[in-house]
Design a protein around this ligand. Structure first.
Ligand code: PHE
Length: 341
């Protein structure tokens, strides 16, 4: 066969095939087929021996032209295909900043923390400072020094979790009163928030572990009206000025006189509902004038000093603020609940 004809045929065939190439892999195969060591071009060169001498320069020249054409074609396509590949890769890896992001579930303050921060802030503003005491207490600080002798029925009222016959888990924050009076000279004006324990079963209104905040003011000439004033400010600031306040005579061994303080129910506005057990009032705290025995035992002269104390549960404070009638929701940390505050 005429080699020049074959060259033409290879050229048109190559043009066709290269045009249709889809990817770099196919392109490489074509390169081998035409330009490789045993490729079509090489085959023509190997047939050169059969060509008549005067034809050799022409066939040689045409073969070289073909080789260059195919090489050029290959180079062009390779560049093109590489560009395409890069563009595709870029496209698949680009971040679309307009897409909505993944939602991060952020934490939230427990309503307790919220309200206690607010209460503490209020008392700090009235010149109180913060005191702390141990959760593992001695019988002396939890009972004895608070005028609750060994056989006193008040000890039963506060079902105590004993560690041994000397140590117990404090049943209230009142021992901090004693610890403060022992180490500080009046005037004393402190609050003491903290954890307390009682051997209660967990139900809608009881928990074996809860929190209280204690208040103590000792100075010369402190009277019951000072106690009333502080409590009124506290209630009106935290719950609103429209709330009514009721001081109800009560009994605590460490205060005399003693009073429990009620606030008008926010749910029924005093008419009576399940939150306030149909009384129109919700109890918030216990309070009273510090008993002279307690002052004496703590090393203070009751003829010179007097003072008042109050104590309240955080759950009561929160229930009243948020109109919650089941304290368990405050401890469960269910985000659906917590996120409402
Ligand atoms: N400690 C009392 C209780 O736990 C509350 C209280 C504190 C009462 C201070 C009077 C004075 O119930």
């Amino acid at each position: 066969m005429d080699l020049l004809k074959e060259i033409k045929k290879i050229e048109s065939e190559a043009q066709e095939k290269f045009k249709k190439v889809e990817n770099l892999k196919r392109l490489e195969k074509l390169r081998v087929k035409y330009l490789g060591k045993k490729g079509k071009i090489a085959q023509i060169f190997s047939k050169m021996g059969q060509v008549a001498d005067e034809q050799k320069p022409i066939v040689g020249k045409e073969t070289n032209i073909l080789k260059n054409k195919i090489q050029k074609l290959y180079n062009q396509l390779k560049e093109e295909k590489e560009k395409e590949l890069k563009a595709e890769k870029l496209k698949s890896e680009t971040i679309d900043v307009t897409l909505p992001g993944n939602k991060v579930d952020v934490g939230h303050k427990n309503p307790f923390t919220h309200i206690i921060d607010e209460v503490v802030e209020l008392f700090l503003g009235m010149g109180f400072s913060i005191e702390e005491g141990p959760e593992v207490e001695t019988e002396y600080y939890n009972f004895e020094a608070l005028n609750i002798p060994k056989d006193h029925p008040a000890r039963d009222l506060q079902d105590t979790l004993y560690i041994d016959d000397q140590y117990l888990l404090r049943t209230h924050t009142s021992p901090v009163q004693i610890r403060t009076m022992e180490k500080e000279e009046p005037p004393i004006k402190i609050i003491a928030p903290g954890r307390v324990y009682r051997s209660d079963e967990l139900d809608a209104s009881h928990s074996p572990n809860f929190h209280q905040i204690e208040g103590l003011v000792i100075d010369k000439d402190i009277s019951f009206s000072d106690l009333k004033g502080v409590i009124e400010i506290f209630i009106h600031e935290i719950y609103g000025k429209e709330r009514k306040i009721r001081f109800r005579p009560s009994y605590f061994p460490f205060t005399e006189p003693s009073a429990e303080v009620d606030v008008s129910c926010n749910v029924c506005k005093g008419k009576g509902c399940s939150l306030c057990s149909y009384t129109g009032w919700v109890e918030v705290l216990g309070s009273g004038m510090v008993h002279p025995n307690v002052l004496k035992m703590s090393g203070l002269d009751p003829d010179i000093y007097s003072g008042f104390a109050f104590g309240m549960g955080w759950d009561r404070i929160a229930m009243l603020k948020y109109d919650i009638d089941d304290i368990r929701v405050l401890y469960e940390n269910d985000k659906r609940f917590i996120h409402q505050f």
